[in-house]
Design a protein around this ligand. Structure first.
Ligand code: AMP
Length: 189
C-alpha cells in the first residue's frame, strides 16, 4: 500500500495532477475541499459549522476537518493506497494523519509539494483581473486562500522535511513534465 499527499497552494495544479495520478496508480482520492463541498451541496448537519468559514476562504477548524477525514478513511478499508489532496493543512492534521495510518499498519510514504511562488500566483490573479476587468468575491476569496496557505499551511512542510519524506516539485511548466517528475518520486526512480 502506497499512500501519498499532494501539497501546494490554490492554483498550483493539485487537482489536475491528482486526476492523472489516480488513473495511473489507482489511488483512492481524498480531497477535504471536495468533501466539504459535498456536505454543502447536500446540506448535511456539518454545513452549519463550516459554510461561512469556507465562504471566507479561511481554514475550517482542525477538530472538524480531522473527524471528517477519519470518517472517509473508515469508509475505504479495501483501498490499495490513498492520495490526500488539500489535507493536511496544519501540523495537528499531519500528526493525526500519521496516527491514523499507523493504526492501520501503514504510513504516508510520499509528500509531493508542488512549488509555485506566492508572487507567481498573485501575478496570475492580477493578470486575470486585467483581462476580465473584475474584482469580485471569488477573487477576494482566492486571495484569502493564498494568504492562508503561505501564512499557515506552508508550515506543515518542515514537519515532513525533518523526517526526510518531502519531495518538492516545480509546479511551473508543462502539465506532463510535472506529472513525469511526480511519477518518478512515487516509482522511486
Ligand atoms: P480546497 O478546495 O482544498 O482549496 O478547499 C476549499 C475550502 O475547504 C478551503 O478554503 C477551506 O475552507 C476548507 N478546507 C479544505 N481542506 C481543509 C483542511 N485540510 N483544513 C481546513 N480547511 C480545509
Amino acid at each position: 500500500m502506497i499512500n501519498a499527499v499532494i501539497f501546494g497552494p490554490p492554483g498550483a495544479g493539485k487537482g489536475t495532477q491528482s486526476d492523472k495520478l489516480i488513473k495511473k496508480f489507482g489511488f483512492v482520492h481524498i480531497s477535504t475541499g471536495d468533501l466539504f463541498r459535498w456536505h454543502t451541496k447536500n446540506d448535511t448537519p456539518l454545513v452549519k459549522k463550516v459554510k461561512e468559514i469556507m465562504n471566507s476562504g479561511a481554514l475550517v477548524p482542525d477538530e472538524i476537518t480531522i473527524a471528517m477525514l477519519k470518517e472517509e478513511l473508515d469508509k475505504n478499508p479495501q483501498a490499495k493506497g490513498f492520495l490526500f489532496d488539500g489535507f493536511p493543512r496544519t501540523v495537528p492534521q499531519a500528526e493525526a494523519l500519521d496516527k491514523f495510518m499507523k493504526e492501520n499498519g501503514s504510513a504516508i510514504h510520499h509528500i509531493i509539494a508542488l512549488e509555485v511562488s506566492e508572487a507567481e500566483l498573485r501575478a496570475r490573479i492580477a493578470k486575470r483581473r486585467g483581462i476580465e476587468n473584475r474584482a469580485d468575491d471569488e477573487e477576494e476569496k482566492l486571495n484569502r486562500r493564498i494568504t492562508e496557505y503561505f501564512g499557515k499551511t506552508i508550515h506543515v512542510l518542515p514537519y515532513y522535511k525533518n523526517q526526510g519524506r518531502l519531495h518538492v516539485i516545480n509546479g511551473v511548466g508543462a502539465i506532463d513534465d510535472i506529472f513525469g517528475n511526480i511519477c518518478k518520486v512515487i516509482e522511486g526512480k
